[in-house]
Design a protein around this ligand. Structure first.
Ligand SMILES: NC(=O)c1ccc[n+]([C@@H]2O[C@H](COP(=O)([O-])OP(=O)(O)OC[C@H]3O[C@@H](n4cnc5c(N)ncnc54)[C@H](O)[C@@H]3O)[C@@H](O)[C@H]2O)c1
Length: 262
């Protein structure tokens, strides 16, 4: 195949698919956008950070040598904003095959000392934002014979997480919403899975002092390591994977790593 033909119809594991990613202006979401585009997808970067999202779309288009990315302003806590964002994506690229609900924040605190405002903000962005995204995108995803929703939870949505009451509640909520929706949306050919990363090096975690003693891998993940799983779940290679909650944490939640006898 010539280079120019490649530019029109790139080969790749998600070739021809249109993927919407929330919170993709930086961090893990930006990596997912780059990796999915490099495997043939068209990606839409939705984020509150409009200019960073736009710069990333330009960077991806330049590096892919085709119109592989677009950006749109999105506030995941606002249903109308979701409606506009998905509408804009379908207008730009003609269809929607995959939704990655990635936007998220964390706030500190146990039930004793968490701020009530932080609780509401965390639930609004991490859980309600995911619900809104699924609610709006599902109408478009149903139009395809196969589609995939990938919800980014956390290991805080698999086990208890000290001093993260709101975050853990939201991320467990994401897991429950995922499994329930896998049952509800299966008849429409839509697979719904959740990803549960452990510690990943991103702007979100840059200021945190994180103990990695519980992690057999002994390190945090690089963003691309999480993107590999997103790529798999977005692709038809994962056509029988539905309702799964997949830990990607270097073994952190495999068991108690700190109680070895000496
Ligand atoms: N970094 C980690 O160690 C880690 C571990 C497990 C899970 N996660 C989850 O992965 C996801 C991405 O995390 P990250 O580390 O890349 O974070 P990040 O802070 O680097 O990026 C999050 C993005 O979400 C956007 N965002 C925030 N609020 C938004 C809103 N209301 N509407 C639209 N966009 C909004 C931000 O502008 C930002 O671009 C989050 O859901 C996070 O909870 C992260």
């Amino acid at each position: 195949m010539t280079d120019s033909l490649n530019a029109i119809s790139p080969a790749g594991r998600v070739s021809g698919k249109v993927v919407f990613i929330s919170g993709a202006a930086q961090g893990m979401g930006a990596s997912h956008a780059r990796v999915l585009a490099s495997e043939g997808a068209k990606v839409v970067i939705g984020d509150l950070q409009e200019s960073a999202a736009e710069s990333l779309a330009i960077e991806i288009n330049e590096s892919e040598g085709r119109t592989a990315a677009a950006s749109v302003r999105l506030d995941v806590t606002d249903l109308e904003s979701w409606q506009l964002a998905i509408e804009t994506s379908v207008t730009a690229f003609g269809r929607l095959d995959v939704l990655v609900n990635n936007a998220g924040i964390y706030t500190p605190g146990s039930v004793l000392d968490a701020e009530v405002d932080d609780w509401h903000r965390t639930i609004d962005i991490d859980l309600t934002g995911t619900f809104y995204g699924m609610k709006v995108a599902t109408a478009e995803l149903k139009e395809q014979s196969t589609a995939s929703i990938i919800n980014i939870s956390s290991i805080a949505g698999l086990v208890g997480f000290k001093h993260r009451a709101a975050y853990a509640a939201a991320k467990w909520g994401v897991q429950g919403l995922t499994k329930t929706s896998a049952l509800d949306l299966g008849e429409y050919g839509i697979r719904v899975n959740s990803i549960h990363p452990g510690s990943v090096s991103t702007p979100l975690t840059a200021g945190l002092k994180r103990g990695l003693g519980q992690v057999p891998a002994g390190r945090a993940a690089e963003v691309e390591e999480i993107s590999s799983l997103v790529l798999y779940l977005a692709s038809d290679e994962a056509r029988f994977v539905n309702g799964a909650a997949i830990a990607i944490d270097g073994g952190e939640t495999a068991g108690n790593n700190l109680r070895a006898d000496s």
